[in-house]
Design a protein around this ligand. Structure first.
Ligand SMILES: C[S@@+](CC[C@H](N)C(=O)[O-])C[C@H]1O[C@@H](n2cnc3c(N)ncnc32)[C@H](O)[C@@H]1O
Length: 367
């Protein structure tokens, strides 16, 4: 644990270092869980720790704080949590609420996405698993057990994926129809591509692009395991030159972002990101929207999603897009968790369901 904490920095995120070390040392599942809990607790509770004592002792203090917070959260005042669990600059970038900081101080929930309609079957097979709700949420499962799910036969048979609930909400908001043509423009390792395909019942086509070839390679492996075949993979650097002349029923821009919404899952990140990153990301996000806009058919839907809640990466990007593209009309979005609630822009908060924070906006091309 100490070595991860001592080596981690802006260019070496703790979660990636941890993954590498756990793989290299071939630790037992129990030990790996213990080490990960120590590292994550350290970054969650870092501003409470006595920096004068050795790292190992700080980790023990962090684990004690985590346990106390789990037992008696009310012992930690809002004021204390607001001032210590996030960097001070965050308040200039978004409304930092007590609900948000309370949620990101808890260990992250492990969410699974079962293939469409298979939630109950997967839950019964894995055990210790509960659906997040009814309707589409019946396929979104909260796993409370401690098996290594990557070793389960159900995972190898492609019956489920590990995917955060708010990422699943993005696919659900897209709701592509079977036979349609979609473009997952920032497909990465394919979390959303696989979900779109499942919603399309493997019919129609998804173009999956990313600028990182290594991520697309992972997408290919995941798609094979999940039995997803209705996709075409293509490299795209996010520039004005599009990878195809195809016109789409829908384009998903799951854009690179500061990831503030994932600070519960990845607590090291809160001490790494800077306001300068946010400025840079918002430029990239605006450019991505600008570049993909011409690829939509008339009546086609453009979905913008970012796992962050900062003003500059959410409303400011969406406002700028709407000013520049009056031929795209903002759509009302049905709230993925609250039946009957609609909004023009969605902000999924970590405290809603214990998932990542996520912003989603949808436009329809009208001319
Ligand atoms: C939020 S991640 C996508 C996650 C993915 N959709 C999923 O569900 O697994 C953003 C992706 O955008 C890609 N990216 C970063 N900068 C980019 C750019 N300027 N143009 C295009 N893609 C970019 C990254 O490689 C990354 O895979």
């Amino acid at each position: 644990m100490e070595s991860v904490i001592l080596k981690a920095g802006r260019d070496r995120p703790a979660d990636a270092l941890l993954r590498d070390q756990l793989r290299e040392r071939r630790m037992s599942r129990r030990d790996a869980r213990f080490v990960s809990a120590g590292v994550f607790a350290y970054y969650r509770w870092r501003e409470w720790l006595n920096k004068e004592v050795p790292a190992a002792k700080q980790i023990r203090q962090a684990l004690e704080l985590a346990e106390r917070y789990d037992r008696e959260p009310a012992q930690f005042s809002e004021e204390e949590l607001l001032s210590r669990s996030v960097p001070p600059w965050l308040a200039q970038e978004m409304e930092v609420t007590a609900g948000f900081v309370r949620a990101i101080q808890k260990p992250a929930v492990l969410w699974l996405r079962a293939r469409s309609g298979q939630g109950p079957k997967v839950a019964a097979a894995l055990g210790n698993t509960e659906p997040a709700g009814q309707g589409w949420l019946a396929d979104c499962l909260r796993y409370n057990g401690n098996q290594d799910l990557f070793c389960s036969p159900e995972f190898h048979q492609g019956q489920f994926e590990l995917q955060d609930i708010s990422s699943q909400a993005v696919g659900w908001v897209c709701s592509p129809g079977p036979g349609q043509t979609w473009w997952d423009a920032c497909a990465g390792e394919g979390g959303k591509t696989l979900h779109l395909s499942s919603l399309m019942k493997n019919q129609g086509t998804i173009w999956a692009s990313d600028r990182a070839e290594w991520r697309l390679k992972k997408l290919k492996r995941r798609a094979a395991r999940a039995g997803v075949f209705n996709y075409r993979m293509v490299s795209w650097d996010g520039g004005a030159k599009l990878p195809t002349k195809t016109r789409f029923d829908g384009v998903l821009v799951d854009a690179p972002c500061s990831g503030v919404g994932t600070w519960g899952r990845n607590p090291h990140s809160r001490w790494n990101i800077t306001p300068e990153d946010i400025a840079e990301m918002s430029q990239i996000q605006s450019n991505l929207l600008r570049h993909v806009a011409p690829a939509l058919k008339l009546e086609g839907r453009l979905v913008y999603a970012v796992c962050t809640l900062t003003q500059r990466e959410t409303d400011d990007v969406a406002d700028a897009f709407e000013r520049e593209y009056p031929d795209f009309l903002a759509c009302n979005i049905e709230h993925p968790y609250h039946r009957g609630v609609t909004a023009r822009r969605l902000r999924l908060q970590p405290e809603d369901k214990g998932g990542n924070g996520m912003f989603i906006a949808v436009w329809k091309r009208v001319t």
